[in-house]
Write a protein that binds this ligand. Structure first.
Ligand SMILES: Nc1ncnc2c1ncn2[C@@H]1O[C@H](COP(=O)(O)OP(=O)(O)OP(=O)(O)O)[C@@H](O)[C@H]1O
Ligand SMILES: [Mg+2]
Length: 448
């Protein structure tokens, strides 16, 4: 497996070489790493004496339920990709002319999250590179996830990163954008070749720096004498192409390919294949795969969610010292994944919103009934004084409650109370079982 990284480590663009692409999502950040060494052994008493040491030793003697856990990680590239045969063939046939030194059409791939877009494109370009190498065809393929910071957050950085991949020693900032394009063009045009640039999560790029860069990149071909650039754009924002400048839209979407969401049966196929590779025989109980698939198909058929469920369920099974992954672990895994998602969302909330949420949580712990804005305000006031926070008016609190509703943590519905005016009835949108754990976290963050 080789994804040849640029000499300069900061550069997150990856030049795709043959063999495997397992590492394409690996985080290459090296900041803040601290290497822990084992004890020197001089102080023998510190070794294998406490409870944790015993725990680790037990862990090693136990047979794992996993045969190869890595198979369930996001970074794993499966050998076969069921239910994407049509899309894979389409991408392959659009890109194939590059093997004859002809310019392929630009492609735009779209579909909801977890529908196999990244996987399918990388699968095809990897095979394409293999054949190009074998047939000695000049073909360079770059993959860039535009969500990553540093490279895709200015036009300059992106083009500079590409130029660097061709061995140009360009500074990280400083040159005018025109100049960086000139260096890039000169560099790639030194010999006859095809250059395929895969811009994954391309909507993020346009959100950050606008769509002019796509226009420029696609039009560079008219300046180039020997090289031909093809853009493969990928997005899970189904409306993305409609917001583009019509000129950009028409060149980016010369061909477009839809990735429909998987249905529950298709997810079952994907999961079964992975489960066979990931778990030891007879570990996964009957009904587990279909339940995972059904859960992941509830909103839209998302293979990432399905695989996450199976992996987390496996981890919970192991943590509880169970030898069988039974259906109950899927429910626990679903709860844990939901909780982690909410945890991430509420951790970054402003303190005032955290107090508002904690007030709602505390009222719900006492009674699972719906609560009214007035009651929340009372609770909010007392919590504010506990954590020394300035109290907002009831009206402002009401705005915060609306924001929490938008985040999907609660449901707030306006109800009329006749001549007493209107109030809001608040219900939880997260499982009650998660509320206690989340309340505890909120209290820690607020110092209560
Ligand atoms: N048909 C499939 N067969 C096997 N695994 C699949 C299939 N489709 C998706 N997966 C797996 O599901 C996960 C998500 O797939 P992928 O990253 O390609 O989704 P995506 O469409 O690019 O999603 P996003 O828009 O969120 O980036 C990956 O772990 C991938 O290996
Ligand atoms: Mg993707």
């Amino acid at each position: 497996m080789v994804i040849k990284k640029s000499e300069k480590k900061k550069n997150k663009i990856k030049l795709i070489e043959d063999k495997s692409l397992k590492d394409y999502v690996k985080n290459t950040s090296e900041e803040g790493i601290h290497k822990i060494e084992e004890d020197s052994g001089e102080d023998d008493k510190s070794i294998a004496t406490d409870e944790i040491d015993g725990f680790f030793e037990d862990f090693l003697t136990k047979e794992s339920i996993f045969k190869d856990k890595q198979v369930l990680q996001v970074s794993y590239t499966p050998d076969t990709i069921p239910h994407r045969e049509k899309q894979i063939k389409e991408i392959a046939s659009i890109l194939a002319p590059s093997l004859r030194n002809e310019k392929p059409s630009n492609i735009f791939l779209y579909g909801k999250t977890g529908t196999g877009k990244t996987l399918s494109v990388l699968h095809v370009v990897k095979k394409l590179k293999n054949v190009a190498k074998l047939k000695k065809v000049e073909l360079s393929v770059f993959y860039l996830n535009c969500k990553l910071k540093r490279v895709a957050d200015t036009e300059y950085r992106l083009v500079a990163a590409l130029a660097r991949e061709f061995g140009e020693d360009v500074p990280f900032t400083g040159l005018p954008t025109d100049e960086i394009y000139r260096v890039f063009v000169k560099s790639i045009d030194s010999k006859r070749r095809n250059l395929i640039i895969v811009l994954d999560e391309i909507d993020q790029l346009v959100k950050k720096i606008g769509d002019e860069i796509l226009y420029t990149l696609t039009r560079l071909n008219s300046e180039l004498k020997q090289t031909k650039i093809t853009i493969v754009g990928i997005s899970n924002d189904l409306q993305f192409a409609n917001y583009l400048d019509p000129r950009v839209k028409s060149s980016l979407t010369e061909e477009d390919i839809n990735f429909p969401s998987y249905n529950a049966l298709q997810l079952q196929d994907i999961l079964s294949q992975r489960a066979n590779e990931a778990f030891n025989e007879n570990v996964v109980c009957e009904g587990v795969i279909s339940k995972c698939a059904a859960y992941a198909a509830r909103e839209h058929g998302d293979a990432r969610r399905a695989l996450d469920l199976l992996r987390v369920a496996g981890e919970l099974t192991e943590r509880e010292n169970n030898e069988k992954l039974s259906i109950k672990f899927i429910d626990s895994a679903e709860e844990k994944i939901e909780r982690d998602l909410i945890y991430d969302a509420i951790k970054t909330l402003p303190k005032q919103s955290q107090v508002a949420l904690l007030s709602i949580f505390e009222l719900h712990v006492k009674s699972t009934e719906k609560v009214l804005t007035g009651e929340v305000y009372e609770k909010y006031r007392s919590l504010c004084s506990s954590c020394g926070l300035k109290m907002l008016t009831q009206r402002r609190l009401s705005d915060l409650i609306s924001e929490l509703d938008l985040l999907g943590i609660i449901n707030a519905r306006v109800i009329s109370k006749g001549r007493y005016g209107r109030t809001r009835e608040i219900k939880l949108a997260v499982p009650v079982t998660n509320v206690n754990i989340l309340s505890k976290e909120l209290k820690t963050w607020l110092g209560i």
